[in-house]
Design a protein around this ligand. Structure first.
Ligand SMILES: [Fe+2]
Length: 324
């Protein structure tokens, strides 16, 4: 049995009432967006003959996602984060704001307030015995090739098990999270450990949704960046390490060709000694080009609830409860 009731006056009137169009209070934009969203969903229910059983099982998944603060994990899996990037890229092109290292998704696991350093920082606490030493370095330049001194390079990444400090309570505070200001030549350097890729928890509601799509929930090994400097466009990006089985098959759609970087293993004793390390290590070089802009709002990261971003903000506090 297939019923089609969406176009009836009764349903259309009902949608107007549900969206609050006949009420004075509330937000006009919220009403319009909710009306469109509900209209699209109601039509979908007609078109796909969605049963009550299917509807309530979807509600159950939404409840589980909310309970685990996992919408921030499912969102990139369903392409929303990448779609926002595509829209911001298009907006940049429209403004004539061209060039520079490409942006890619932030993900839900940034934590504000990491320790700051000038030029160099050690990011790991030395406790991850399985972590290969990583020497992560690069130069920040503008699109004309001039070094940008004093740029703020915020870096965060997972440990050898794919876990992030703060969200993984077994790690020390701000482990594998640092803010490094570039030196006079625009260079930054971090001693850390090679991160592992990771996957959505297998029993999570996020993975439950991906299973229905026949998709995996794996990410390649990657390193997150925020880069900012006065007079330049703020950049949110990340690098994927080359050679990971998921480098070009990232469930979160963050990979961009220009952002795939090799980790080169170095065993030369002279190079090891020069960095004051104990043994062989892997070097990752990521140079960053920043586009120029005078617009102050483009020089800072866009607002979003983030862990520890704002102690007064309920949404930021909630962002810190993600169980991923
Ligand atoms: Fe990540």
């Amino acid at each position: 049995m297939t019923v089609k009731i969406f176009d009836t006056p009764e349903v259309q009137d009902f949608l107007t009432t549900v969206a609050g169009f006949d009420q004075d209070g509330g937000s006009e934009r919220a009403k319009q967006i909710m009306h469109r969203l509900l209209s699209d969903l109601f039509r979908l229910m007609d078109d796909y003959d969605v049963s009550a059983e299917e509807f309530w099982s979807a509600v159950s998944v939404l409840n589980a996602l909310g309970n685990g603060t996992q919408f921030g994990l499912l969102a990139p899996g369903l392409g929303f984060d990448h779609y926002l990037d595509m829209r911001m890229d298009a907006a940049d092109r429209e403004r004539g704001l061209l060039g520079g290292t490409p942006r890619t998704i932030e993900g839900p696991l940034y934590v504000a307030g990491a320790p700051e350093a000038e030029g160099f920082a050690r990011m790991d606490d030395g406790k991850d015995q399985d972590g290969e030493t990583m020497w992560l370095t690069g130069q920040v330049r503008d699109v004309d090739g001039h070094p940008v001194a004093g740029a703020k390079v915020e870096i965060w990444h997972a440990n050898s098990k794919g876990g992030y400090s703060f969200f993984d309570p077994t790690q020390s505070e701000y482990n594998l999270r640092r803010s490094i200001f570039t030196d006079a030549e625009g260079r930054y350097t971090a001693r850390s450990i090679i991160p592992s890729g990771y996957g959505c928890p297998p029993d999570s509601p996020t993975q439950q949704v991906l299973d229905l799509l026949g998709r995996h929930g794996q990410r390649p090994a990657h390193i997150h960046y925020f880069i900012s400097a006065p007079g330049h466009k703020h950049l949110t990006t990340q690098i994927n390490l080359a050679g990971d089985p998921y480098t070009f098959d990232d469930f979160a759609f963050a990979t961009r060709e220009e952002l795939v970087v090799p980790a080169n293993r170095i065993e030369d004793p002279a190079e090891i000694a020069r960095r004051e390390l104990d043994g062989p290590f892997s070097e990752v070089v990521f140079d960053i080009e920043l586009a120029k802009t005078d617009a102050p709002e483009l020089q800072v990261r866009h607002a979003r609830p983030r862990a520890k971003e704002d102690e007064q903000d309920r949404h930021s506090q909630l962002a810190g409860t993600a169980k991923v």
